[in-house]
Design a protein around this ligand. Structure first.
Ligand code: SDX
Length: 435
């Protein structure tokens, strides 16, 4: 990539020695500029220190941009609200992968390519049988996706652009199939093959809910809601799971192994696992009267409880995705005729109270993408244990787009952070009889 050189530089002065060091400032198209510290250690003998990378840019990217202060999220420059309203998930996949919205011919070809990669090798069914039936679906996803490189070894040469194209299409196409396999396996039901006559989200829901016993028509309202949810979760800059995929990929690991690492990271309750944790929290709160006690627990530093679905490393204003999610939640409940959803009442009251509470206002804690998604999934008949699996299905295109961008970036190196060491200094070994 051509870094955007700037005449500006940042001078760092060591107050102990009086030495000064200049580091170039690189500016992007929008968002904060960066101080290029790649020569810092060589010039100064010092590392930077930034656990959690709160102030560290790990790469240059053109895919997604977040303005956390103003609640803005752009996929290749297009606002997420526009895409959620007007686009569809396969088209957003094309946009994230190739940088532009497709024309009709490009979209037709891309849809064909994804559709005709949607089946998985039949041998994967035997691999699946190694899991317990009560295994958490995310554990199954980690294993099954990591195993893809054992079945599709013909597209793992990351330096071959055709291999990267095929493995990218395979990943996007097969994730819904594997997710539905994992779900059916836990139910003890036979799995349902993908169908080439169905669109992506319809196909996913059909594989999740159809059985060989009768015809299964996917409700178009549910299919549209699923498609919109997949769009909202597709990519999000250098979040924990995407950074995991990039770091794994920086060693030259194959894309299937990298995505499997991303799934493992996403599973954490502080990240993609939060949608499952939100539902469990709402069920634990149980009544509106119990909300104040949970708000106090969330504020109590001695209590590990946090308000799941609230807060974000980047958004210090509303998460634009949660606004679309809230609207979608009301639409889905209304279209399904679900008038009485007590957990939604609790969620709405919890949001109202939290947003008026000084603690949440001062710390800029707003509902994030996970706060409402679980309520929609529950209304769609999806079990809580599958919520993060759906997040992984959506985020796969983001992981793959970012992985491709990293592989194609001539400046990329293997990721190898340093540390501040506070362990024992050099000491002599003592034989056990002398200890
Ligand atoms: C996702 O990065 C991404 O883009 C992620 C994601 C994506 O699309 O990839 O957007 C998806 O992961 C959304 C986040 C889902 N996680 C949750 O909803 C879990 C609950 N939220 C928190 O765990 C937390 O807010 C994080 C992990 C999301 C963000 O943590 P940070 O940025 O490290 O912030 P922090 O923990 O330093 O919190 C700042 C302060 C702390 O208080 P002080 O130490 O300053 O006194 O706010 C407090 C925290 O204790 N705080 C909360 C809180 N979140 C932060 N207090 C109560 N409840 C919360 N939810």
């Amino acid at each position: 990539m051509n870094e955007k050189k700037s005449s500006d530089s940042f001078t760092l002065t060591n107050n102990q020695t009086g030495d000064s060091f200049d580091f170039p400032i690189l500016k992007g198209t929008v968002g904060p500029a960066v101080i290029d510290i790649r020569k810092l250690y060589a010039d100064t003998g010092y590392f930077t220190y930034d656990p959690g990378f709160t102030s560290t840019g790990s790469c240059e990217s053109r895919i997604t941009f977040i303005d956390g202060e103003n609640g803005i999220l752009l996929y290749r420059g297009y606002p997420i609200s526009d895409l959620a309203e007007n686009s569809n998930f396969p088209e957003v996949c094309y946009l994230l992968l190739y940088g532009e919205l497709p024309g009709p011919a490009e979209m037709k070809q891309f849809s064909h390519d994804i559709t005709y990669h949607s089946m998985v090798n039949e041998q994967m069914n035997y691999f699946l049988r190694g899991f317990r039936r009560d295994a958490h679906p995310m554990a199954v996803m980690c294993g099954m996706v990591g195993a893809l490189s054992a079945f599709y070894h013909d597209s793992t040469d990351i330096n071959d652009i055709q291999h990267r194209l095929v493995s990218s299409h395979r990943m996007i196409a097969k994730m819904p199939t594997i997710a539905a396999l994992a779900y059916k396996y836990t139910l003890g039901q036979p799995y349902v093959y993908p169908r080439n006559d169905l669109k992506y989200s319809e196909n996913f829901l059909h594989m999740m809910f159809a059985t060989p016993c009768e015809e299964h028509e996917v409700n178009p309202v549910i299919a549209r809601a699923m498609d919109r949810i997949l769009i909202l979760h597709a990519d999000h800059e250098q979040n924990a799971s995407t950074s995991t995929v990039r770091l794994a990929g920086s060693s030259g690991a194959n894309p299937f192994a990298c995505v499997s690492a991303g799934i493992a990271s996403l599973w954490g309750p502080a990240h993609g696992g939060a949608n499952e944790a939100v539902l469990n929290m709402l069920e634990e709160i149980r009544t509106i009267e119990n909300i104040p006690a949970f708000i106090e627990r969330a504020k109590d530093k001695t209590d590990p409880f946090r308000l799941m679905g609230f807060g974000h490393r980047v958004y210090k204003n509303f998460d634009p995705r949660s606004q679309v999610m809230q609207r979608t939640c009301h639409e889905v409940l209304e279209s399904l005729g679900i008038e009485n959803e007590p957990l939604l009442d609790i969620a709405l009251e919890l949001e109202r109270i939290a947003l008026e509470d000084d603690y949440f206002i001062e710390k800029k804690l707003y509902p994030n993408v996970d706060f409402y998604s679980g309520l929609i999934f529950r209304a769609l008949g999806i079990p809580t244990s599958m919520f993060t699996v759906l997040f992984a299905v959506a985020r796969t295109v983001g992981w793959i787009a970012q992985w491709n961008e990293m592989v194609e970036d001539p400046t990329q190196k293997i990721g190898r952070p340093r540390q501040l060491y506070n362990g024992a200094k050099n000491r002599d070994y003592l034989p056990i009889e002398n200890r």
